[in-house]
Design a protein around this ligand. Structure first.
Ligand SMILES: Nc1ncnc2c1ncn2[C@@H]1O[C@H](COP(=O)(O)OP(=O)(O)OP(=O)(O)O)[C@@H](O)[C@H]1O
Length: 345
């Protein structure tokens, strides 16, 4: 499959009075056309800042300090990490769109839905007012909003959370993006509405063929929708692979611990769940070597607290006689020669 987005060694930092927060600290990942990639990890591991970096929506004093964000378009490749205004605007909304955790916070309270969706269409496609309104109604219908001819004239405060998230998705779809980034799109919703929104995303993805980056702390959500999974820990991707491999044969000790902390998918057994040991370290005090080492069950003294593991092809053991194949990548000294890792940071 053709590559659509390549993030390479991305760094985004916040210089605060208390110190430097390395929110994104060397993320490398890619998304191919038409695929669904779930980005998973505990709260605070940098998923949202990474997503906002891709669209250059990082709030001050946050700053991209290194790396590349290559978006492949029909007109060539745009490196969003280093692009200027016009190039950023040619990608944002048009090629890559985003829906956020809290739709109410990302919509204007003083404009109707129709005006907000229409504005985006008029900006990118220069359609007239009447056409924009007709298209807004079509989009609202497409995302399952009942009576769209009436609701198009309503304001965000008049809608439920689930309807508002649908409207936000309609707005994101308005310019037919190649990639939709959905940042915890169901976290603020009740369980029934969550399932409906996920189903809607799946339908829209299949109908349009757009790629989706689904950001979630919920492995169950990733399992339902994703073709591949990238696992993040403290600002970096520690494991990637197809959904089946990552969930059934997790290679990184962090992924293994995350999976032990959620009920087994599809299992009715009452096995004991264990949260990932310890706490996510303070963003100001990153452990040296492998940042996961203080919480890791496979900790190797003298190695893990010293050497930063590099990313290597990740093995999947098929059977004892057939040996291992590889699927995705893993950053852990159990799998890579420590000489291949970077020097201690
Ligand atoms: N505006 C900001 N100012 C300072 N630090 C920030 C800011 N936004 C995020 N951070 C820090 O960056 C790190 C990554 O945060 P981020 O929101 O990306 O995590 P996350 O994995 O998306 O978690 P969550 O699911 O809770 O949103 C955290 O340590 C957070 O405190």
């Amino acid at each position: 499959m053709e590559s659509l987005l390549e993030v390479e060694d991305l760094h985004t930092q916040y210089a605060l009075d208390d110190g430097l927060v390395r929110a994104v600290d060397g993320v490398t990942l890619d998304i191919r056309r038409g695929e669904v990639l779930a980005v998973v990890g505990e709260s605070g591991c940098g998923k949202s800042v990474m997503a906002r970096s891709i669209l250059r929506l990082v709030d001050k004093p946050g700053k991209i300090t290194g790396g590349h964000i290559r978006v492949h378009t029909d007109d060539g490749v745009v490196d969003m990490a280093n692009a200027e205004g016009p190039a950023i605007r040619s990608v944002r909304g048009k090629k890559v769109a985003m829906v956020f955790q809290e739709p109410i916070a990302s919509m204007s309270p003083v404009h109707t839905l129709g005006n907000q969706i229409g504005e985006s269409l008029r900006l990118h496609e220069m359609v007239d007012k009447k056409t924009a309104r007709t298209r807004a109604i079509e989009l609202l219908r497409r995302v399952g909003i009942p009576a769209p001819e009436r609701r198009v004239d309503e304001y965000p405060f008049q809608m439920s959370g689930g309807m508002l998230q649908r409207a936000m998705i309609a707005m994101a779809l308005s310019c037919g993006p190649d990639l939709l980034i959905a940042d915890e799109p169901t976290t603020a919703l009740d369980v029934t509405t969550q399932a409906q929104i996920l189903e809607l995303l799946r339908e829209l993805q299949q109908d349009t063929g757009m790629a989706v980056m689904l950001i979630t702390h919920d492995l169950g959500v990733a399992a339902q929708l994703a073709d591949r999974i990238a696992v993040m820990y403290l600002g970096a991707v520690v494991e990637t692979g197809t959904t089946d491999t990552v969930l059934r044969h997790p290679r990184h000790p962090y992924t293994q611990a995350l999976l032990r902390s959620v009920p087994k998918l599809g299992s009715a057994s009452r096995e004991r769940l264990s949260p990932v040991r310890g706490m996510v370290p303070s963003p100001y005090q990153r452990p040296p070597g492998c940042t996961f080492h203080p919480r890791c069950d496979a900790f190797m003294e003298g190695r893990c607290e010293v050497t930063v593991p590099g990313s290597v092809p990740a093995p999947v053991l098929v059977s004892a006689d057939k040996g291992a194949r590889t699927d995705g990548t893993v950053s852990c000294l159990l799998y890579g020669d420590e000489d291949e890792g970077e020097a201690t940071r």
